[in-house]
Design a protein around this ligand. Structure first.
Ligand code: ACO
Length: 327
């Protein structure tokens, strides 16, 4: 049986760090509120000359290096993001050029915080259909450019960064990507949006004045849906693989809120050390959050061959997804 396998992971976060303390001087908030309500202590912020594609390419290069492959070995580049450099061309095309991945097709996937798992699911199906394919899958965001820095209910949450994996076929039946599941409920789109910059309204002074180019979120409602959807995504993945909570070696969930991660941990009956947490360092980096966490877990030796890894994400759309991987 052909399965796709992660040959290398990589990540990159901009140098500039914005701490909760610094936010205290910008808006009406406290380090204590942010830490206890979200688990976030700091976030990385891209500088003006760091567009999304640059972050994505750096993460991609790191993943290729670990995989021992070159950009020219890639058949496809898929980037999960909702903060592209520009509406056209795709960020994936800009990454393809930056890396010199001359043979690769390239496209973006928009599924907000579930963007990386959507991209991974697509890559997995590609490899099963054409086992010679080698695919660079990236989740990358520059959320700081879509953040309303005067809205304290959202601006404390988000950060910038990128993570990547290199995927290729493996004939080992009991390792690699074991399952992927994707879900959406577009009826609830209004709870988490960037309304402007698309074709549903004109890009004009009025749009900018209303701040429609910024992320808007009904945090309380999103929280309620997120915990339910993440739990059901986790259960679906366990059932599909005949795994129980006890079988999981590492839960790598979207890093949106420490309280959501804690809820999931309890529902799955996992001890603390089996839940990977780095939200304190990066905040919510949307599509980048899972691949950054995966890369940190991999490079720090937390992930070991044979480990059963469960990834789950939830984001705007609404979208939610899972991937079960035997490392
Ligand atoms: N500092 C201080 N006080 C604040 C801040 C702040 N930064 N932000 C809000 N508050 C206040 C509110 O005004 C409110 O005050 P009030 O009671 O006087 O009205 C109080 O704190 C509580 O506000 P809530 O919004 O109820 O706070 P909550 O505990 O729900 O936390 C949060 C807000 C962190 C946004 C939470 O709802 C959350 O994590 N939601 C889910 C986010 C998520 O999962 N996103 C996933 C997808 S993201 C994507 O796709 C891009």
């Amino acid at each position: 049986m052909i399965r796709s396998r992660i040959l290398g992971t990589g990540s990159y976060a901009p140098r500039k760090v914005l701490s909760n303390k610094e936010l205290e001087s910008m808006i009406d908030t406290t380090d204590e509120w942010i830490t206890t309500r979200t688990g976030i202590r700091q976030r990385h912020i891209a500088s003006d000359d760091e567009p999304n594609s640059l972050l994505a390419a750096k993460a991609g290069r790191n993943a290729l290096e670990m995989a021992g492959l070159s950009a020219e070995d890639m058949d496809l580049i898929i980037v999960g993001t909702f903060t592209p450099d520009m509406p056209m061309p795709s960020t994936a095309c800009l990454v393809q050029a930056e890396l010199g991945a001359k043979r690769a097709g390239a496209f973006d996937v928009v599924a907000a915080c579930s963007g990386f798992l959507h991209a991974l699911a697509i890559a997995d199906k590609f490899i099963k259909a054409e086992p010679t394919q080698k695919i660079l899958v990236i989740g990358s965001e520059v959320l700081s450019r879509r953040t309303n820095w005067s809205d304290r209910s959202t601006c404390v949450l988000f950060g910038d960064g990128a993570g990547a994996v290199v995927l290729a076929a493996s004939e080992e039946a009991d390792s690699g990507v074991m399952s992927t599941h994707l879900h959406a409920d577009g009826r609830l789109w209004e709870l988490l949006t960037v309304r402007g910059l698309g074709t549903s309204c004109m890009v004009d002074e009025d749009m900018l004045k209303q701040g429609l180019h910024y992320i808007e979120m009904n945090g309380r409602e999103v929280f309620k849906h997120a915990v339910r959807a993440l739990e059901s995504a986790a259960m679906e993945a366990l059932e599909a693989n005949g795994w129980s909570g006890e079988d999981i070696d590492l839960l790598v969930a979207h890093q949106a809120n420490i309280r959501i991660l804690e809820f999931l941990r309890e529902r799955l009956g996992l001890p603390r050390e089996k839940v990977f947490i780095n939200i304190d360092k990066y905040g919510n980096t949307s599509a980048a959050s899972i691949p950054i966490a995966l890369d940190e877990a991999n490079r720090s030796g937390v992930l070991k061959p044979g480990h059963k890894v469960l990834m789950v994400s939830f984001g705007g759309g609404f979208t939610w997804a899972s991937a079960a991987v035997t490392w």
